[in-house]
Design a protein around this ligand. Structure first.
Ligand code: FES
Ligand code: FES
Length: 170
């Protein structure tokens, strides 16, 4: 089937997507967006986290067909072309990236958290990221990274970032 949707602000089409294919597979295999990772493909690890119409979802649990005509933002779309979002920069600087397999999902989930709660407590950070598994870091540096990003975003919101669809606070 042909899939038509908006990804990272651009209208995109992909041919040859099969009816049972996940959004994650369509992004990676048909739309040249390998940032979202396929670690478990069972909704357990969060490494495939993307926004679908502004809502954080596991792309491995969403059929590509369900995204038809809708708006997807992936980790590649969080910052302007060739730039890093403050959350991405903070993950690197805080040493929160080791093998990096969990990182795209954690970055998107952290981005979502900071869009809802500008200065989250450690408990709120841990709760928001509870669905994102990391086998390497022990999570301390990830929490450090989110704190670092929160402080910097509060001081200077990013220019040129990909705007997300309007969303009710939750
Ligand atoms: S790959 Fe989607 S939750 Fe693990
Ligand atoms: S850095 Fe390796 S799984 Fe998180």
């Amino acid at each position: 089937m042909r899939l038509s949707l908006t990804v990272n602000g651009e209208r995109r089409e992909a041919d040859g997507v099969w009816e049972g294919e996940s959004l994650l597979s369509a992004l990676r295999e048909h739309l040249e967006l390998p940032g979202s990772k396929n670690a478990c493909e069972q909704g357990e690890c969060g490494s495939c986290s993307v926004y679908l119409d502004g809502e954080l979802v596991c792309a491995c649990l969403v059929l590509a067909a369900q995204a038809e005509g809708r708006e997807v933002v992936t980790v590649e779309g969080l910052a302007g072309e060739g730039d890093l979002h403050e959350v991405q920069r903070a993950f690197v600087e805080a040493g929160a990236v080791q093998c990096g397999f969990c990182t795209p999902g954690l970055v998107v989930a952290s981005h979502d958290l900071l869009a809802r709660i500008a200065s989250p407590s450690d408990a709120q950070i841990r709760e928001a990221l509870a669905g994102n598994l990391c086998r390497c870091t022990g999570y301390e540096k990830i929490v450090d990274a989110v704190r670092l990003a929160a402080g910097r975003l509060a001081a200077a919101p990013p220019a040129g970032a990909q705007p997300l669809p309007a969303e009710e606070p939750r």
